[in-house]
Structure formats: structure tokens, C-alpha cells
Design a binder for this molecule. Sequence first.
Ligand code: RFL
Length: 421
Amino acid sequence: MSGARRRVRTQVGIVGAGPAGLVLANVLLAAGIDTHLVEGRSRAEVEQRARAGLLEHQVVEYLRAQGLADRLTAEGTRHGWCDFLCLGERLRLDYAARTGGARHWVYPQQFLVRDLIARLEEAGHPPSFARPATAVHATPDRARARVECAELTVECDYVVGCDGRHGISRAALPGGLRGELTHRYPYDWLTLLTEVDRPVEGVLYAVHEDGFAGVVPRTGGLARVYLQVPAGDEAARWPEARVRERLRSRLAGAADALPNIGRVTDSGVLRMRGAVGRHLQHGRLFLAGDAAHLLTPSGAKGMNLAVADAADLAQALVRRCRDGDAAELETYTRRRLEHAWRIQEFSDRLLRLLHLSASEVSGAPFTLRLKRERIQRLVEPGPVGAAFAQEYVGSGTAVPGPAASVSPSSVSPSSLVEAVR
Ligand code: RFL
């Protein structure tokens, strides 16, 4: 079959099998909208990519309503408080208590990705893996949109670019609409996945004059550890002994509350950037998830926002494709930018609390005392802490209700496939 080019016709073409693309594909199929998803990496690579681990309360409620959270809610763990360590003192924000019981779910991103792929398989629509899209054509003058991959063309009514930061969909917007507002923070984070001898029970944020350190729960005897490093630094400059020494000093005062940190299973330096696109749609093309915006991991928001984008767009596409009503689709950018900027502002505020800026380092004792005071305002009863708690756990964040769905089994099992030479 060498040289054969497959042509698939579908209603919605999706580029990228991350959380955004996979949630979108599942919800659309369940609502009777035909989709075809192409993914550049192999299935094994996608299913092993360890990134996020904290899912917001309302995002899980949405996934549950879509029937996409069975394993997550069976195997995930919940946690509802975080500790701030500052000037040797540990202060606890019990955000579950401040939000009427809303908690995060701890469930690794790669597990959710596996579950979502399995559901697409069950519905007879597995993603096309190892098929990097090379071009997207979706200008408003076209009767149909097209996604081009090596040996595969997907023709569709709409294309959704869920291809993350390094995808190609954003580049398919016309030059004038492609711009983003971006910010480069003056530091980076060394990110480590480490073995631990007992589970981490809640997030710990350490504010220290030497730099920020964080410990975040993950499942399966692992924890995510973050360490502030100079901007542009390399992981190779952080051998394990240096990491341990810095963790010891930055986390002093919380040692009794933390498990022993064992073998490091993965490490890298994350360039700390924020970005929000100016336009998330043009013609037949829409962007969702990290393709539309980028958040630092400070507030554990990126995957949650990606799922919220997918939920919003799924509802708008169902209204358009099934009911013929385009109003929600036309206003997608406005709604998502409002949401993305709200979350971006929260993440930025948290980062400013957790780090000392270059100008603050010289007056560190004074600044740290001020930060200690700000943390106190968050953890004590009152409106400041209540508002922060809501934003942190996402219980005040709108995720649209489930699009009126039909059971996946009633979806026509195959896209229109023809081989052309
Ligand atoms: P993804 O997950 O990057 O998926 C994009 C997919 O598109 C594919 N792709 C292509 N496919 C076909 N053709 C092409 N030309 C393609 N180009 C790319 C890629 O192979 C990939 O499979 O984007 P999505 O779906 O928007 O999801 C975004 C999230 O992955 C991201 O925001 C989070 O991981 C961010 N994040 C966290 N978010 C949270 O909500 N909670 C957390 O606790 C949290 N922790 C984290 C994080 C991100 C981290 N890193 C490594 C950036 C912790 C870390 C360390």
C-alpha cells in the first residue's frame, strides 16, 4: 500500500491527543457528532507523558457528567488543603473548608489520557497515532476545512487545534490574528518526579530567600517537586546532591510533615512563561488548550483550562452541527479569553507571592515578613482567603454543563474513509 493516501471525511477534525483534544472528541462523539483525531506521537509516547496531576473539582464534575471519570473517581485521591512555609512557619489553607467541600483530585494526566483514548476506542473512533499534521487549511472562504498529514487527509466542517505549544494549528491563523500576549518570568523551575516513602498529603509551597520550593502530590509512590532556578538554567547543572541540599534548606521547618524523597525518576527545567492568544478562531479553525494559552504550573491550572476549553467548544459545536445554531461558536474566543485571563491573573498572583523579585532580594527579611503577612490573610477566616480558595480549587470557575448527549454506542462507527492514489 506504499504511496496510498487515505482520505477521511468527518464533521470535526481534531489535531492533538492531549487532554483538550481527547475530551473534545469523546464529548462530540457521545453527542452524535462525527470526529477524527490525528496525533503526531505514538500511542505509547502519549500515554506515558507525565505532566499534570491535580484536577479541579468542577472539571471532574464535568467529566463525571460525561461518563469520562469512572477510573479517575475510583482510583484518584482527593485533597483539600495546601501549606505555605515562610520564615520557618507552616500555615495551612484549608480550601475545602472554605468552599463548601470542593477538593482537587490527584490523578496523573497520563492516566486520564489513557482512559480517554480507551473510550474513543470503545466508541469505534481511536485516534490516528503517529500522524503529525503538516498543514491546516480552514479559511472562511472554504466550503470545507482540511488537515494534511503524511499519507492522510482529513476533510471536515471544522478543525480544532488542540496541539499544544509546539503544534502547527496556531500558525494556520492569518498573520494578523496569530499574535499572543506573552510574559517571561525572571526565573525558571527545575521540575522533578521523585519516589517518596509515603504519599504527600497536600501541596506545600515554600517561600524562601534562597528561592521557591514546592512539593505536590502524585499517585503511585511519586511526588512532583519544584525548585526555583535562575532563568535559562539547565537540568544538568542540578545533580541530585545539589537538589537535595537546596531542598533541605528551603523546606526546613516542614521536614516532619514531608515523606523522604527517594530516587528522581524524571527531571527537567521548565521555562516559566505565560501566554494568551489574541484570537482563538478564524473561519473553520478553533484553538483550545495550550495551543490557545500557556500557564506556568504554579496554580495547577493548564490541564484544567484545557478541559474547560474543550467543554465549551464541544457544546458550541454540538449546537452548530446538530441544531444549526452558530451563535455560541461565533463567540467562543470572547468567552475563552475572559476565562483564560482570569486564570492567568490568578497564576501570576500566586507566583508573585511565592518568589522574591530581584529588587526584593536585597531587602529579603522585610519582604519575607510582608509575604508572611499576605499568607496569614489567606489562611485566616475572611473574604480574602475565601476568594483565593475558590479560585485555587476552581469551584467558582464556569465549565459548561454537559452538552445534551447520546450514548456513544448510537454514534455511527466509522468516518467516511476512502483510499486514493
Ligand atoms: P498537550 O497535552 O500538550 O497535548 C497536545 C498534543 O498535540 C500533539 N501534537 C500534534 N499532533 C498532531 N500533529 C501535530 N503537528 C502536533 N503537534 C503537537 C502533541 O504530541 C500532544 O499529544 O496539550 P493540551 O491538550 O492543551 O493539554 C494541556 C496540558 O497538557 C498542560 O496545560 C498541563 O500539563 C499543564 N500542567 C498542569 N496543569 C494542570 O491543570 N494541573 C497540574 O497539576 C499541572 N502540572 C503541568 C503541570 C505542566 C507541566 N509541564 C511539564 C509543562 C506540571 C508540569 C511539570
